[in-house]
Design a binder for this molecule. Structure first.
Ligand code: K1U
Ligand code: ZN
Length: 209
């Protein structure tokens, strides 16, 4: 219920410029058929696919964004790239606010400027559950992207938003944050997650019998 109310406000901010009546019907339609998507887990090879630019700003795209937002809020996460839900198109949702009511939708994003200064942030990833490690990236970035209505926007990000934008844009290029870590750490993480996957598979088999 909380995220339904947040999503109403979030879609309004995310570039869906609709009349009051149209917005009412849109939110009814999307709330009634929003779905939680399953998130690919590292080392799934589909996480390394290159996302294609969005060409059609249509109903299907709005539904994808609604489903991604619901999936991100439910996880919970502060970002989600379409790659992580096995859709290989340049779509990202982000909400780094404490109040969880400031959804950003980035379609076909490009980083047009990065600061020379860099910071290390302890990153996590919904595709690499339970693992957090330091990654160094530019402290500030300037981003150009499109909204759901096809309009172009530019904004400058710093702090957690800058970290999150760069992390999600890496996903669209098929890069997972563990690839910044040493081969030793990466292989340990891979083995841990593969073991967990085998155990979850076994549990699913037992409960289905
Ligand atoms: O998988 C993802 O891409 C989402 C990821 C984004 C991210 C987190 C930290 C640094 C860079 C990018 C997450 O949201 S992991 C979960 C998380 O960090 C978090 C969840 C709820 C509240 C606060 C943080
Ligand atoms: Zn991630």
């Amino acid at each position: 219920m909380r995220s339904e109310i947040a999503l109403d406000a979030n879609f309004a901010r995310a570039g869906l410029r609709l009349s009051a009546l149209n917005y009412y019907f849109f939110s009814l339609l999307h709330k009634s058929c929003m779905a939680l998507l399953s998130i690919l887990r590292y080392p799934d090879p589909r996480l390394h696919k290159l996302a294609k630019p969005v060409t059609d700003f249509d109903e299907r795209l709005k539904q994808l964004v609604a489903d991604m937002a619901e999936t991100m809020y439910e996880a919970p996460g502060i970002g989600l790239a379409a790659t992580q839900v096995d859709v290989h198109e340049q779509v990202i949702v982000i909400d780094t606010s404490d109040t969880r009511d400031q959804l950003r939708v980035l379609i076909n994003p490009t980083i047009i400027w990065t600061s020379d200064d860099r910071q290390v942030y302890e990153e996590g990833c919904l595709s690499v559950p339970g693992i957090y490690d330091g990654v160094e990236r530019p402290t500030r970035v300037r981003v150009r992207s499109y909204s759901l209505d096809g309009s172009a926007h530019e904004f400058e990000a710093e702090g957690l938003l800058a970290v999150c934008v760069q992390h999600e844009m890496d996903h669209l290029k098929g890069k997972v944050f563990v690839e910044y870590l040493s081969p030793l750490k990466r292989n340990r993480i891979k083995s841990k997650l593969q073991k967990e996957e085998r155990e979850m598979k076994k549990e699913r088999q037992v409960s289905s019998n």
